[in-house]
Ligand binder design. Structure first.
Ligand SMILES: *Cc1c(COP(=O)(O)O)cnc(C)c1O
Length: 370
């Protein structure tokens, strides 16, 4: 049996007709950048994420970058974030000339531990950048309390968490900025790169729209330096079509998570395997990540030999990345993140995965450990 980590071919037939229709319209109009399709998507995502405003951008990475630029964070500033995330989160902080300051994660959600934030705040701290990893929100109430008390900007990296909720509030609606990615493997993926920033501030909204087009307003008059962070009409139109299905896909992912729990229980593996914990309300399961007791890499290889695709998100925490060596961190600084990097493994959980394939995955994990 072949079980891919993600198979997007399963969902394509359900959306194909709508996508070909809108693609044809765009090809015939020959209007490719920004425009009405982008605006329509911005309005729909803003509503979906319970925010008044959204600005379509070129990727999730650029969503984070443009947010830092809008908050005027740069050289001399420090931004607190998690060491256990995709590289983009920490990379953009360094790219604007600021310093990433890492804080360890919580064992239950793999998200930044708010209890540890206060001790790392200095007079240079300008922002906190929590990541809602795997599709579950970080513990936002204490983060927002600290931010309000110290007048810090909060940029939510919600790239993996569109539609996830924390105390009934949607990811991207709690901080000053919510950053989303339409990379194809995210729950709401484009047919290429794309992203969006949500915000509750009209002032930030206007800034984001200006920064997206090289800081020009009106055209060819630059009051500030921005970049080319524009979203394509075609990607926006495709994401708009897919948005209609997002809740159904999310429900399927949640049902698949439930099914995994049942299968692991039936195999007597539910305690040894470290199954994901649902702590902060609505988890949208961009990943179903287990914590292997030991031999994670051997388990991954064994599953690959059995035709099962898995992935390690992420094998090297940010503080131990070669490019961040000048920051002066060392092994042992963030034990929870380092342990996660050694032991996590993401299993296939895409909406259309057949039941028998999920059963096969768990059987093979059982076979490996017995
Ligand atoms: C995917 C992702 C990003 C970057 O998104 P791109 O669209 O690939 O640039 C940023 N942060 C996290 C946590 C992600 O998972």
């Amino acid at each position: 049996m072949q079980v891919p980590l993600l198979d997007l071919k399963g969902q394509y037939p359900t959306i194909k007709e709508d996508i070909l229709t809108v693609a044809k319209e765009i090809f015939e109009s020959q209007y490719f950048i920004l425009g009405p399709h982008v605006q329509k998507l911005e309005e729909a995502i803003a509503e979906y994420c319970q925010c008044p405003y959204a600005v379509g951008v070129s990727s999730g990475t650029d969503a984070l970058l443009i947010s830092l630029m809008a908050a005027q964070i740069g050289p001399g500033d420090e931004v607190i974030t998690t060491p256990y995330t995709f590289f983009a989160t920490a990379g953009v902080i360094a790219r604007v000339g600021a310093t990433p300051v890492f804080v360890d994660i919580k064992e239950d959600t793999y998200n930044i531990d708010p209890v540890l934030i206060e001790a790392r705040i200095t007079e240079r701290t300008r922002a906190i950048m929590p990541v809602h990893l795997y599709g579950q929100c970080a513990d936002m109430d204490p983060i927002m309390d600290i931010a309000r008390k110290r007048s810090l900007v909060v940029i939510e990296d919600a790239a993996q968490a569109i539609g996830a909720e924390y105390k009934k509030k949607r990811a991207g609606s709690m901080g000053d900025f919510g950053c989303f990615s339409f990379f194809p493997s995210k729950n709401l993926g484009a047919f290429g790169d794309g992203g969006i920033v949500t915000t509750r501030s009209k002032e930030y909204y206007d800034l984001l729209k200006t920064l997206r087009v090289h800081g020009s307003s009106p055209k060819y008059f630059h009051k500030m330096i921005g970049g080319n962070f524009r979203l394509d009409a075609l990607q926006a139109a495709i994401v708009f079509v897919k948005l209609k299905y997002l809740d159904t896909w999310t429900e399927k992912r949640q049902a698949n998570a439930k099914q995994y729990r049942k299968l692991f229980r039936e195999q007597g593996l539910d305690r040894t395997m470290g199954l994901p914990r649902e702590v902060e309300n609505l988890h949208i399961y961009n990943q179903f990540t287990i914590l292997a007791p030991d031999q994670r890499d051997e388990l991954k290889a064994y599953l690959a030999d059995s035709g099962i695709g898995t992935e390690i998100y992420y094998p090297v925490p940010m503080h131990l990345q070669e490019c961040f060596r000048p920051l002066g961190y060392k092994k042992g600084d963030f034990p929870v993140a380092e342990d996660a990097a050694r032991r996590t493994l993401a299993l296939p959980i895409y909406p259309e995965i057949p039941d028998e394939q999920q059963a096969y995955v768990v059987e093979k994990i059982k076979a490996f450990y017995t």
